[in-house]
Write a protein that binds this ligand. Structure first.
Ligand code: THU
Length: 128
């Protein structure tokens, strides 16, 4: 059983840390490992726009660098309506670790959209 409420709250709180001074679009992510640990991430923009890192990849890179690679769920929290879903780059990065990752896209209005990563990224690239 996944405690989606805790993940949504973690993503919502982390979104407050977003460094989004160029787009003004704040994103928070919360990534759940198979052993119950939560890694959060926000988007981090840069004056050199292309260097921006999305919230989802911030969370993944934090987790992997702490020794965690087994993920079962992700929440992405924005104020977009309908809720924003992970960009293509983040889908591919997530796919590396679990093509069957469960993803919830939530927003400040309480809308919840649920997906499986393999549906968002069919035939994603993976070296086995
Ligand atoms: N962004 C994310 O953090 N995650 C996504 O999946 C899509 C976009 C960020 C990048 C940029 O800082 C802002 O949202 C606008 O694109």
């Amino acid at each position: 059983m996944i405690d989606w409420d805790s993940l949504v709250t973690a993503a919502k709180n982390t979104r407050e840390n977003a460094y989004a001074k160029f787009s003004g679009f704040k994103v928070g992510a919360a990534l759940l490992t198979t052993d119950g640990k939560i890694f959060t991430g926000c988007n981090v923009e840069n004056s050199s726009y292309g260097l921006t890192n999305c919230a989802e990849r911030t969370a993944v890179f934090k987790a992997v660098s702490e020794g965690y690679r087994n993920f079962k769920a992700l929440v992405v929290f924005t104020d977009a309506n309908p809720p924003a879903s992970p960009c293509g780059a983040c889908r591919q990065v997530l796919y590396e670790f679990n093509p069957e990752l469960e993803i919830v896209c939530a927003n400040a209005m309480g809308v919840i959209d649920k997906y499986k990563l393999s549906d968002l990224l069919p035939e994603g690239f993976r070296l086995e």
